[in-house]
Design a protein around this ligand. Structure first.
Ligand SMILES: [Zn+2]
Ligand SMILES: [Zn+2]
Length: 227
């Protein structure tokens, strides 16, 4: 087994390592003091690969000086290639190369503050991942095009009767009756008007048993056979 690296006392740019901190899934961490005095826990990889050079004070100083040379420095997926003669909000614009191959123009401000970390491909990837996750969640809950989790959704907070699909309905003569409804396969089915919530609830329950039960059961069986 390789000996575990001990970084105690070593310096990495502005960081001086004080002691080892808790290890997580992303790796070993070290408690470090920046030359400005700030103490922070830093990921070992960020130290040894030079990704983290200070608590952020270095970038801030560079930003304030407004003429930082960022040539060759990387910020997330972007590497600053060339300073352009153009300015935006008084900040220098940089031609940057993104890891995906695209080129993009970013101001020194957005680079140094970490506002922009890619040509846009990073956000697009994250968005795609989120959509895929939602789709997969729906697929897992689908039986013959019916999303079962929608059938078993909790009662809406705005319900006036405390029963799903049952709502008070004022009649022309001033009395109140209760309508029962059920949504299924994109359609809203009316199940009639009743004098009491209990009767309307019974009608709704019958409809749930007829329309929803088969799908709920099929999904339950599918989950069982998978385990
Ligand atoms: Zn600092
Ligand atoms: Zn990119």
């Amino acid at each position: 087994m390789r000996a575990r690296m001990d970084l105690t006392g070593r310096t990495f740019s502005r960081w001086t390592v004080l002691e080892e901190s808790a290890e997580t899934n992303s790796g070993r961490h070290w408690l470090c003091r920046c030359s400005c005095g700030t103490v922070k826990v830093v990921l070992q990889n960020s130290l040894t690969r030079g990704k983290s050079t200070s608590c952020g004070c270095y970038n801030l100083e560079q930003l304030q000086s407004r003429k930082a040379d960022l040539t060759g420095r990387t910020f997330g997926r972007l590497t600053a290639v060339e300073e352009l003669p153009t300015r935006r909000h008084t900040y220098i614009e940089w031609r940057c190369q993104c890891r995906c191959g695209n080129e993009t123009i970013v101001t020194s401000h957005d680079l140094l503050c970490g506002n922009i970390k890619s040509c846009g491909c990073l956000n697009a990837e994250l968005r795609k991942k989120r959509i895929a996750k939602v789709r997969q969640g729906l697929k897992k809950n689908k039986v013959e095009n019916v999303v079962v989790s929608q059938l078993t959704q909790k009662l809406s907070k705005t319900s006036k009767t405390g029963v799903k699909g049952v709502n008070p309905c004022k009649q022309a003569n001033g009395s109140v009756m209760y309508s029962a409804r059920i949504g299924f396969k994109g359609k809203n089915h009316h199940l009639g008007f009743y004098h009491s919530v209990a009767e309307a609830e019974a009608a709704r329950k019958r409809a749930e048993k007829a329309l929803y039960e088969p799908y709920i059961q099929k999904l339950a069986e599918r989950k069982k056979t998978k385990n």
